[in-house]
Ligand binder design. Structure first.
Ligand code: HEM
Length: 463
């Protein structure tokens, strides 16, 4: 019997015109895919980093090869950098904007794209998502949402995060000793936090989880037609669910970001498209990234038990350890920008129109910034200079929330299961922009007080 579809909806969902959908795929992914595969086969390292499964599994050797070639590598396809100063300057420069802005394309192509794209199921990184906008449109949208991520608001979520983490480790302690960390822990905490921000009731949590997995794949370039169509159909369902969800929130608003935006009046009121784009972006940008960070951290501590011992002796180092995980194995590996005009960044000339891949995971291992960069070291003083949250106007809005969630999650987990070990081959996700584990089998080992009815201590108050 086929597994039940966790995203099935009790109402019909439009599947869209398949011809239009095919044309959209061709323009947004199909042509790029052909080009990327061809250039990767010819040895283009930038294309290889996007398409070659071996480099996808372990991009770090590719990054070091790019570093040997200089601060910016330009190929027939694009330019790319793993140089921290150059990447940082590109991300902060007003001479660069989000790539694929229709303004850079010839007019007939702009016309065609507008006809095809306008009707499609817009995903978390399609306009009007703020991640796909340049100022001044970007500034207006970001301002609306940023109120939900002030230090006070994030601090206000700390108790919820600690309570959920404590409940999750209690559930682990009461269950089997061998579990998939991603399924039973890493995905659960961020899910509750995102649901909280978007006012999503518990009965819809599994839908949110299923959709987020698919949304994460939509960030990759050069998707195949089958991948694209699967994602598109899922996003169409999400749109139907989202519209009904916003309707519910308008009738019964809660104390969450989406309720506030959905009931806003006056000049700040977002359009329906903007509202949806914001909801999908928070889901797409804020969920899988944090799941990946928690999974990457557990895998790293497993291969570096000495670092875990350092944290056991000095729990005050947990915040720094989270930044070191972000630096060493970033959940977001790549961002893309396009030069609006001829310019120079950190001493490197870039021609107008050039697409520049900033390899965040590579910049994070730049020896000019990080001493002995291939070493995972939770005591590293400048770990927080990583670019894993990007830089400039698109700097991650959820950075402090992600740091808080991960610190509490890891501290709570290792407090309860000091002997936790990876047990069995981990499975990496197939995504290129995002990097993390789909499955991470672990054995919990003896738990401190396992099982217990006592709520776990809240390490956030100690670290
Ligand atoms: C470990 C976790 C996370 C990582 C590594 C991460 C990384 C990033 C990166 C690299 C960008 C910018 C991309 C670019 O410059 O093109 C970004 C933007 C963004 N992130 Fe995060 N993120 C994380 C968690 C979160 C969370 C928890 C939320 C919210 C709940 C969130 C919300 C956003 C939003 C709204 C943007 C768009 C900002 C803008 O365009 O102005 N992120 N994130």
């Amino acid at each position: 019997m086929p597994a039940p579809d966790p995203f099935a909806l009790p109402v019909p969902v439009p599947t869209g015109n398949p011809l239009r959908s095919r044309a959209t795929w061709l323009l947004s992914h199909g042509l790029a895919r052909r080009l990327l595969l061809r250039e990767a086969a010819r040895g283009d390292l930038l294309a290889g980093l996007a398409m070659d499964p071996a480099l996808r599994a372990d991009p770090f050797a590719g990054y070091e090869e790019l570093r040997r070639r200089g601060p910016m590598t330009t190929t027939r396809l694009a330019a790319g950098t793993v140089d921290h100063a150059v990447a940082d300057a590109v991300l902060r420069s007003e001479d660069f904007g989000v790539a694929g802005g229709h303004g850079e394309l010839p007019r007939p192509l702009q016309w065609l794209l507008a006809r095809v794209f306008d009707n499609r199921a817009t995903g978390p990184v399609d306009p009007p998502s703020m991640l796909a906008l340049d100022p001044p449109e970007h500034t207006r949208q970001r301002k609306l949402v940023s109120r939900a991520f002030t230090a006070r608001k994030v601090g206000g979520l700390e108790d919820t995060i600690a309570t959920v983490a404590a409940r999750l480790v209690d559930e682990l302690a009461a269950g089997p000793e061998r579990v998939d960390l991603v399924d039973r822990f890493a995905s659960r905490l961020p899910l509750v936090v995102i649901a909280e921000l978007l006012g999503v009731p518990e009965e819809d949590h599994d839908r949110l989880l299923a959709w987020s997995n698919i949304a994460a794949q939509s960030l990759d370039p050069g998707l195949s037609w089958a991948e694209f169509r699967r994602i598109e159909l899922a996003i169409r369902r999400l749109h139907v669910w989202f519209d009904a969800h916003v309707e519910r929130l308008r009738k019964h608003p809660g104390d969450d970001l989406l309720s506030r935006l959905a009931t806003l009046d006056g000049p700040d009121r977002p359009t329906e498209d903007e509202l949806k784009a914001t909801g999908l972006l928070v889901l797409g940008a804020g969920f899988e990234t944090t799941v990946n960070l928690i999974g990457n951290a557990v895998a790293l501590f497993d291969s570096h038990p000495d670092q875990l011992a350092v944290l056991r002796d000095d729990p005050g180092l947990w915040p720094r350890a989270v930044d070191e995980v972000l630096r060493f194995d970033s959940p977001v590996q790549i961002t893309l920008r396009q030069a609006h005009r001829d310019t120079e960044v950190a001493g490197v000339r870039v021609a107008g129109g050039t697409a520049v891949l900033t390899f965040l995971g590579g910049a994070n291992r730049d020896p000019a910034v990080f001493a002995d960069p291939q070493r995972f070291d939770v005591t590293r003083g400048n770990a927080d200079q990583h670019l894993s949250f990007s830089a400039g106007v698109h700097y991650c809005l959820g950075a402090s929330l992600a740091r808080l969630e991960t610190k509490v999650a890891l501290h709570t987990l290792y407090d309860r299961f000091p002997d936790l070990r990876v047990d069995g081959p981990p499975v990496r996700r197939g995504t290129r922009v995002l990097r993390g584990y789909e499955h991470l089998p672990i054995v919990l080992g003896d738990a401190a007080g396992r099982p217990t009815t006592q709520p776990a201590s809240t390490p956030s108050s100690r670290a």
